[in-house]
Design a protein around this ligand. Structure first.
Ligand code: ADP
Ligand code: MG
Length: 728
């Protein structure tokens, strides 16, 4: 047998096949008996009864007890699907897909029929689907179309302890719409059952939020885990990337010096995970199993990455037991902390960091940042080692780092990211008073005001905080409001074909491959530069458009991608996303009041002008040398990112718009497009003109018309000239 194998080795396919064959031949159908051994099984009847008994129920239990995979099946068996579907939400798309696959297997049906899933831009469900796993964002969109959720008999909000933005909003909405018995059956023939599932301690808080509903606890059975601190990451290293090397070193230490048992490494994201797996593979090759390892029953290491955007067939391997005498080492993001349970883990290696979306006040945008995890998160990670026997957790950071840098609890997403998209959803659902909406933990008022201001800038709401016609159209797109605004502008000018592919390309993972090897990197850079030049104009959005079409029109698109260092899988998703966006737009254009405008200029200018309509909040102007200054009131100093085709062309530029920023020691803007000041001149005043407090106070229902008129008159006097700000 092989000593070391990994999914990066050339014989990947053979290995995957071998693994499948092995696990099949060892047991005929293990799933039945496996699921009966789960802690939840003994409580089946009482759980079903508890769901029957009231409209709200909180269910809690250790990760791995069977909540996600089993409870929906129990309810299905108990006949809940006679009245409607069972919907289960997940904060993460991989979890929704993977769990649906597992449950379809357990129920012996084809995925997409009785059991299905729906995540953004990927709907694997049909009319027959009665057990539907989906992301929390998808359920939120369904509520928009059908506030009574009339197709559902049960809605299960899962992983509520993660406190994702959409789950928090769903909690508030379900409470608001379904906790009052008189209101709860409006639009429905039978009452909806709501189950809220959470892995940790916040159950009392959840229960009291939901009108003191009952709490069902599935008793856990965790074994003790010994935790040790390391010496690699101290309080001064919060920005360091040395943790990749350190976790690799630690994993090899465990592999060579600890008894048999699988390893789970917690890292931050795809690129770090791939780097760690490469390093591990390289180093593990030189292990001599006769002399180097303590436990002589261990003869190899199986290295498996696990992150959100990896192909699902690779994900399936994670759950398979490793071949005999082989130790499995899974290198994962936080997804393995609670969303997915991997059996057989005995050792945890904790990097102490997580990639998190945070509102960055320095640039006024949401940014994915690597930050220290919270202490409660660290405990959750450690707990993954004690599921079947005693375990060990190796933290690479010092005790001092734990004490000084790690917060007690993770701050809920609703308190740290942009609320623009969800506030628009709430407004479209008729929730005017977005400040006094029932939030489990309310966001700071300034974040709500910021969202209202942005919606007003995009013309999605008016000065009274009411949704405009444009806002109603915008909410149909599962995209950032700015990008949607640009698409709608393009559609009204009849040039949506320029914007839809770009929006699709920006909605999938990065399409440009960045190889780790310096030589290969050079080759990839040259190809990417050639693609940019081919688009004809130095404009990163145009490059995306050009790549989209070049690949689509190629005879052998996958080969084309390979030759040009482009991710074929990402492009394939982009093609599908584009079709879906086109369908949404088409539906809107069927309505008679869809706006139509005329423009006579060249296509290049038209394209960039449409982009300006959506990206005027991301305008920067060159100040000195290569430094640009943003125009959104923050006045941040930014640089063009080296990946942009405009990098090193700065001297020829004055005004640019950009898609997003990357914050390191500098702030970099990425996906950049040169523009002319005239195109945004009328839009920019909008960034400063509106008084956010007034906007929110008129958003509250109790404002009288009289007050409103007074306020509007005052505002009108302030605005000069009237048309420039409004005429977008
Ligand atoms: P909980 O939701 O309580 O954390 P789950 O229902 O997710 O628990 O998991 C129950 C069991 O099912 C775990 O032992 C887990 O390893 C197993 N399991 C879940 N998904 C899969 C899968 N795709 N393949 C194999 N086993 C799985
Ligand atoms: Mg679960």
């Amino acid at each position: 047998w092989l000593n070391v194998h990994t999914c990066f080795c050339p014989c990947l396919l053979t290995l995957a096949l071998e693994l499948k064959v092995m696990s099949k031949s060892t047991s005929l159908d293990p799933k039945d008996s496996e699921s009966k051994r789960l802690p939840i099984y003994r409580h089946k009847d009482r759980l079903i009864q508890a769901v029957r008994d009231g409209s709200f129920l909180v269910v809690t239990g250790e990760t791995g007890s069977g909540k996600t995979t089993q409870l929906p099946q129990y309810l299905h068996q108990a006949g809940f699907c006679k009245d409607g579907k069972i919907g289960i939400t997940q904060p993460r798309r991989v979890a929704a897909i993977t769990v649906a696959q597992r449950v379809a297997q357990e129920m012996r049906c084809t995925l997409g029929r009785e059991v299905g899933y729906q995540v953004r831009f990927d709907d694997c469900s049909t009319h027959d689907t009665v057990v539907k796993y989906m992301t929390d964002g998808c359920l939120l969109r369904e509520i928009l179309a059908d506030p009574a959720l009339s197709q559902y008999s049960v809605v299960i909000l899962d992983e509520v302890h993660e406190r994702s933005l959409n789950t928090d909003i769903l909690l508030g909405l379900l409470k608001k719409n379904f906790s009052n018995p008189a209101k709860a059956t409006k639009g429905r023939s039978f009452p909806l059952r709501v189950v809220v599932m959470s892995a940790t301690l916040e159950t009392d808080k959840l229960s009291s939020f939901l009108g003191n509903c009952p709490v069902f606890t599935i008793p856990g059975r965790n074994f003790p885990v010994t935790c040790t601190f390391g010496s690699a990451v101290g309080p001064k290293d919060t920005e360091s990337t040395a943790y990749v090397k350190e976790v690799v070193k630690m994993a090899l230490d465990v592999h060579t010096s600890e008894m048999a048992g699988d390893i789970l490494v917690f890292l931050t994201g795809q690129s770090e995970i791939e780097r760690a797996c490469d390093l591990l593979y390289e180093k593990a090759e030189s292990i001599d199993y006769r002399y180097d390892v303590q436990d002589q029953t261990v003869e190899g290491l199986l290295i498996l990455p696990l992150y959100g955007s990896m192909p699902t067939d690779q994900q399936r391997q994670i759950f398979q037991p490793p071949p005999p005498r082989i130790r499995k080492c899974v290198v994962a993001t936080n997804i393995a902390a609670t969303s997915l349970t991997i059996n057989g883990i005995k050792y945890i290696i904790d990097s102490g960091f997580v990639k998190q979306l945070n509102h960055n006040s320095r640039v006024g945008m949401d940014i994915l940042e690597v930050v220290p995890i919270s202490k409660s998160e660290a405990q959750q990670r450690a707990g993954r080692a004690g599921r079947t026997s005693e375990g060990k957790c190796f933290r690479i950071y010092t005790k001092e780092f734990w004490e000084k840098c790690m917060p007690e609890y993770t701050v809920p997403e609703i308190q740290r990211t942009s609320l623009t998209a969800v506030i628009l959803v709430l407004k479209c659902l008729g929730v005017h008073d977005v400040i006094r909406f029932p939030y489990l933990d309310p966001p700071e008022e300034r974040f709500i005001l910021e969202a209202l201001k942005q919606l007003y800038q995009f013309d999605a709401i008016d000065r009274r905080g009411r949704v405009t016609h444009l806002g109603e159209m915008m909410v149909e797109f599962p995209l950032h409001p700015g990008l949607t605004r640009a698409i709608l502008k393009a559609a009204s000018l009849g040039c949506q074909d320029l914007l839809l592919p770009v929006a699709a390309m920006l909605s999938v993972e990065n399409i440009f491959i960045r190889p780790g090897h310096p030589e290969k990197q050079k080759e990839a850079d040259t190809k990417h530069r050639a693609l940019a030049a081919k688009s004809g104009s130095m404009n990163d959005f145009a490059t995306l458009l050009s790549v989209f079409h070049s690949c689509k029109s190629s005879d052998r698109p996958s080969t084309w991608c390979k030759e040009n260092w482009i991710h074929w899988r990402a492009l394939k998703s982009a093609f599908s996303v584009e079709t879906q966006l086109r369908e949404i737009l088409h539906r809107l254009q069927q309505k008679k009041d869809f706006p139509v405008e005329i423009f006579d200029g060249n296509k290049n200018e038209l394209f960039r002008r449409c982009l300006c309509t959506g990206y005027f909040t991301n305008v920067a102007r060159r100040s000195v040398g290569k430094v640009f200054c943003t125009m959104d009131g923050h006045g941040s100093m930014v640089h063009i990112h080296p990946s942009s085709s405009l990098f090193d062309q700065e001297a020829e530029l004055n005004w640019v718009i950009f898609h997003d920023v990357l914050v390191t020691s500098r702030v970099y803007i990425r996906t950049v497009c040169p523009i002319r000041y005239e195109w945004v001149k009328d839009l920019l005043p909008k960034l400063h003109e509106v008084d956010v407090y007034e906007l929110s106070s008129v958003a509250r229902e109790e404002v009288t018309d009289e007050e409103m008129i007074k306020w509007e008159t005052r505002e009108a006097a302030k605005r000069q000239p009237e048309a420039s700000a409004e005429d977008v």
